[in-house]
Every structure is written in structure tokens, then in C-alpha cells.
Design a protein around this ligand. Structure first.
Ligand code: AMP
Length: 174
């Protein structure tokens, strides 16, 4: 079995969570398996080893987990991007469209500089609204988005269409 086949089998599909009709992709069984976690990190991080990344952004909340591990692997700092009102110091905010209504993500104002080359990470790429807002936020601070890295992509939602201006690296496709 290939690593991607093994990983695909480990993702737990939870029907109707958090709302009816959603097939939630739960990555916690991968996180709980020490050997698989290590191999997952290697395959997720390897393409960026030579790309002079200076910061990894993790998107709240599940993007924090592998995001911080990616940062450690690449030998760079980790920056959390959070839902509105969660970060304690001065922030910059970027609104984005949800299926119904609006949301916003925030990052600390002093977390990035124009010299930064940023890898944006979340566990799942769904509609792409969150990740594209994250990229806009990084760029609004003058920094460069090197790529977006996801463990899993829901192909039928075409999230990539919101990320046409940046390389997108995904391990698993559903
Ligand atoms: P997006 O629609 O791409 O903006 O995704 C919004 C957020 O919800 C991201 O953090 C995704 O990781 C998460 N998400 C969306 N759909 C799913 C799903 N079916 N299973 C797990 N996480 C999801």
C-alpha cells in the first residue's frame, strides 16, 4: 500500500457534522499514529525544503497542528491565523464570504514583515474561501506567499479556483 492509500484509509469520514449534509474529514486518526504522523509531515514538508520559506502560517484551528510541525521541520517560525477576536495583541483583519454570511480571519500586525516568504497551511481545502483570505492577508502585509499546503482537498468544491495565483500542494484528494 502506498502512503497516500494508507493516509486515505485513516481519514475518518463523519457524516452530518457539524451540520446535516456535511461529510466531515477527521484527520485525528492520522495524528494519533506516531509513525504515520512522521511520514505525513515528511511528505507535506519536503517540497518546501529548498524554497527559502521564512514563516509557516497555520489557520485556526486544525491548521495549527501540522502547521507548527511544518515550521519546526523547515526550521522557521510559526504564525497562527485566527478567527476574529481571538488574538490578544494588535491585529490585521481580512473578511471572507461563507456559504451563508461572512467571517473574518486575523493575524498579529507584527507577525510578518515584507521580507517574509510564507507557507500557508490548513488541514482541509474545501471551498478555498479561508485559504484565499489567508493569502490576501499575508500579501496585505507586504510578505510573499510561497505556496499553500493542505493534507486533504475536497476536489468537488473546486477550492483551487480561489487559489490560482499560488502553488497548491495537497497529499490526499476526496
Ligand atoms: P473553506 O471552505 O476551504 O474555506 O474551509 C473552511 C474551513 O473548514 C477550513 O479550515 C477547512 O479545513 C474546514 N473544512 C471545510 N470543510 C470540511 C470538511 N468537509 N471536513 C473537515 N474540515 C472541513
Amino acid at each position: 500500500m502506498t502512503l497516500t492509500e494508507e493516509l486515505a484509509m485513516k481519514v475518518r469520514n463523519v457524516p452530518d457534522f457539524p451540520t446535516p449534509g456535511i461529510q466531515f474529514k477527521d484527520i485525528t486518526p492520522i495524528l494519533a499514529d506516531a509513525a504515520l504522523l512522521k511520514r505525513t509531515l515528511n511528505i507535506l514538508a519536503a517540497p518546501f525544503a529548498g524554497q527559502r520559506v521564512t514563516k509557516v502560517i497555520g489557520i485556526e484551528a486544525r491548521g495549527f497542528i501540522l502547521g507548527a510541525m511544518l515550521a519546526e521541520y523547515l526550521g522557521v517560525g510559526f504564525v497562527p491565523m485566527r478567527k476574529e477576536g481571538k488574538l490578544p495583541a494588535a491585529t490585521i483583519r481580512e473578511p471572507y464570504q461563507l456559504e451563508y454570511g461572512k467571517a473574518a480571519i486575523e493575524v498579529h500586525r507584527d507577525a510578518l514583515t515584507p521580507e517574509d516568504r510564507v507557507l500557508v497551511h490548513d488541514d482541509v481545502l474545501a471551498t478555498g474561501g479561508t485559504a484565499s483570505a489567508a493569502c490576501r492577508l499575508v500579501r496585505s502585509m507586504g510578505a510573499e506567499v510561497v505556496a499553500c499546503a493542505f493534507l486533504l482537498e475536497l476536489d468537488f468544491l473546486n477550492g483551487r479556483n480561489h487559489l490560482t495565483d499560488v502553488p497548491v500542494h495537497t497529499i490526499l484528494h476526496f
